[in-house]
Design a binder for this molecule. Structure first.
Ligand code: PEP
Length: 252
């Protein structure tokens, strides 16, 4: 039985003062949660504040990106060791906004995933197809390419070190999520593909989460699907009460 995980991706929102206020409001609302892992992914500049605010809780901390190099002349980049130093246990890698806006390709995603794992950070690796891919019937091809390339050269993995996020780009921020059946079908395919890379016990344990216009209203039927192990939440996590409701639904 895979434990559910809910990740709140704040994107480029919430500077330090707002981040602190968010966590102060969020914590009392999720005190009773026992069956769900919760991870917050604030912007880099708020990591230290969130780290401090969640220090006596089981909430995890993730970055929204990272570089694969340990140090060096990479202006504007943040290394895996710096993230560990900032209190992160995880890093979102290959988010579609980075793939699209920052030309992050599968090769870079692969380097980042490997570097994250080497630093004992959980890689939250995102894959997803565009509307154009979908219309052309290429969803499976695109996803299998992203998955195989993103995990290339990784022969063994501790299942706590990878979370796979299926984020159809047409669903992100659109207000229209994939239907539970659509998402579940894709997750089942992704799990089958993982089975070509890793032993069955590993494949069965890796969590595959869905992201794309999740709300407190639509999360329940998504989570009722056997292959959906949680969610990566963007817009709806920005309000602590909303995110707490989503987490609470996942806990039941
Ligand atoms: C995301 O960008 O990871 C995401 C899922 O965003 P939203 O929930 O706003 O669609």
């Amino acid at each position: 039985m895979r434990r559910r995980v809910l990740i709140g991706n704040w994107k480029m929102h919430k500077p330090a003062r707002e981040a602190r206020a968010y966590v102060n409001e969020f914590l009392p609302l999720i005190q009773h949660i026992s069956n769900v892992d919760i991870i917050l992914a604030p912007p880099f500049t708020s990591l230290h504040v969130v780290k401090e605010a969640i220090k006596d809780t089981t909430i995890g901390l993730a970055s929204q990106n990272m570089h694969w190099n340990p140090h060096g002349a990479f202006t504007g980049e943040i290394s895996p060791a710096m993230l560990c130093d900032s209190g992160c246990q995880a890093a979102i890698i290959g988010h579609s906004e980075r793939r699209q806006l920052s030309h992050e390709d599968d090769n870079k995603v692969n380097r980042k995933v490997k570097a994250a794992i080497a630093h004992h950070l959980t890689a939250i690796m995102c894959v997803g197809e565009t509307q154009k891919d979908r219309d052309a019937g290429k969803t499976s091809d695109v996803l299998s390419h992203q998955l195989i390339e993103g995990l290339s050269g990784i022969d063994t993995i501790d299942t706590t070190q990878l979370i796979l996020a299926y984020e159809p780009i047409w669903a992100i921020g659109s207000g229209t999520p994939a239907t539970p059946t659509q998402a579940n079908r894709v997750h089942a395919e992704l799990r089958k593909l993982l089975g070509t890379l890793f032993p069955a016990s590993t494949t069965e344990s890796i969590r595959i989460i869905y992201g794309g216009s999740i709300t407190a209203e639509n999360i329940q039927p998504l989570l009722a699907m056997p292959h959906i192990d949680g969610g990566l939440v963007g817009g709806a996590c920005l309000n602590p009460q909303n995110f707490a409701t989503i987490v609470d639904t996942a806990d039941n």
